[in-house]
Design a protein around this ligand. Sequence first.
Ligand code: ZN
Length: 247
Amino acid sequence: MRYLVLTDIHANLEALDACLAHAASRGCEATLVLGDLVGYGADPNAVVERVQALKPVAIVRGNHDKVACGIDQAEGFNAVARHAARWTLEQLTPDYREWLAALPAGPTEVDDLLEICHGSPFDEDAYIFDELDAVRALKVSTRPLCLFGHTHYPVTFELSDETIESIGSTPASEMRVQIRDGCRYLINPGSVGQPRDGDPRAAYAIVDTSERRVELFRATYPVEAAQAKIIEAGLPEVLAQRLAVGR
Ligand code: ZN
């Protein structure tokens, strides 16, 4: 099976469409979505519509989805995120709000090889930044490969015997990770709609379970178009500015 993996789309339709176009010729058979479909960007309804059309075989909610559909409070959010969440809540159609509210919390086991979560397998809202976080998460994960999002930072952690290694963001537009027997992996493909690793290109992944391989991609998209919509919507300008620098 070849899975298309999307996370942290954040209502950025231009970035999502660029990833779908980029992936179109790469033979994906099913889609996995790791949460934060909305929040920050100007196209929450269109992004939910696109994701529904992809008919994900597994999808989990993110912290922004919970606040934007009204089932959680914006307590942990800064002023900008809170503003965007309130705006998103007003924009979402009642149907899409309900659909987002019904999304399951992770982790979700997809098959024998992989499971997905938003933040980490022990807490959907926890962040995995460093190797210590990764070791803790790998203790809880039930599959050789656990895919996560939430930090908007592409990273691969590989645990073999007692050593853990990490590979962070690279300037390459394509990277492959081979899943080795006896090792366990925690991989964040990076964010589709609001990358924060200094690379403004949209990030996504394809997992090939028969080849036991994860392919990590970066796709350019019309950043200016997404920025113009954010300004037009009256969302905080910083949300437009950060897209250009990928921070
Ligand atoms: Zn996010």
